[in-house]
Design a protein around this ligand. Sequence first.
Ligand code: GLA
Length: 432
Amino acid sequence: MKPYSLLWATSSVLGASWIAPGAVWTDTDGNKIDAHGGGIEKRGDTFYWVGQAASNETPQMYSSTDLINWTNLGKQASSITGMWRPKIAKPNGSFWLFGQQDRYVLSLKSSELVGGYSQSAKVHIPPNDYSYSDTGMFYDDSTQTYYLLTSADHNTVQVNRINSDGALGDMVSSLTAGAYEAPGIVKADGVYFLIVSGKTGWRANPNKVFWSTSINGPWTGGSDIAPQAENTYGSQNTFELTVAGSQTTTYIYMGDAWDSSGGASSNYVWAPMKIDASAHTVTIDYHSMWKVDVNTGVVSYPTTAKRYEAEHAVLSGRSVVRDCHDCLTKRAVHGVGDSSEVTFHNVTGTGSRQWLSFHYRVSNPEAGEAHIYVNDEPAVNISSLNSRAGYHSSTPVELLLKRGDVNTITFGATGSDGFEVAVDGIELFEDA
Ligand code: GLA
């Protein structure tokens, strides 16, 4: 068995059923979704997600009607590369994508929503001619689009109008309270909330929220959107999405779980937000799996169908059962590594792709690779999820298991001296 060959089960993709923050998300062709630093706009019943492809930062688009199953609509501008954090803008008339290229605001234009974009303008930030780094986009009601800009050198986050002809318009407000980037705005009950991250490169930090009763500012606050120690659940803000349903409105935080270089193993962290407009607070309501009914706006979570505890599994090599303070049963298998594995037998499968949550922790996310074998097939390398497994005890992985209580899952790892994986168990979910 070759530990590192990547096998994402390739049989027919029947449709994913949950949003699993930080996991590897695949599109309807079974390929990893590649749209980082992106944003979403809804037209009709369809959500369009545009983000940067990791390989060359060209804008790539996906569509979905449920925010879970995404169809790749491809690269949007054949000659444009190095365009960071692209977002759909919606001035009247043509179709527009805005992003950063070489620290300029680059706007692309097309006569149709999907494909055919080419450069329209490339400008510095008005009114101060600042060079520009991170982008954000905010659609205020149905008409006005605002572009959120972060100056590269001046620690200013500012909000500029996008004019109806697609030109970058006047600045309407700014935030100069600190070194912030990755801006997004959500409006709830008449209050505008500006969410920003600190400037720590690709490493996650505690993202903050500022508020105002007007898009014209002033912006007040700076409270955390998640407990500080969570570092925004290992992510950085990119966009806030509002799903206004028939029963309730759900506000969604969209963040990037970047890898160490903003590369292809970066993932996405989306979660509902709790917004208290009178207290001026926004907090992420983190769950390892969730979904929103896009018609009613109601959020739901899976129920645990089964748990398989590692201490009841078959151990090999140096792996050993010991106490585990954070584990449900207070016991876990420690010392998983080279030739030291944990094998779970009789795991129940549905016969189509399904989410399982691996409860494990790694001692150092950089020092080794975690992998799983499913029914003795070549390993699925899950080391790109190591950073979550250094943080959260629950790491969702989508797998294809055989139907029935017939599956074998072996958890192993390789790493340098001192790389330690502790496996608590596997959680199976009831599919909705
Ligand atoms: C931050 C920014 C990203 C990118 C990296 C580069 O994470 O938000 O868009 O510029 O820094 O280090």
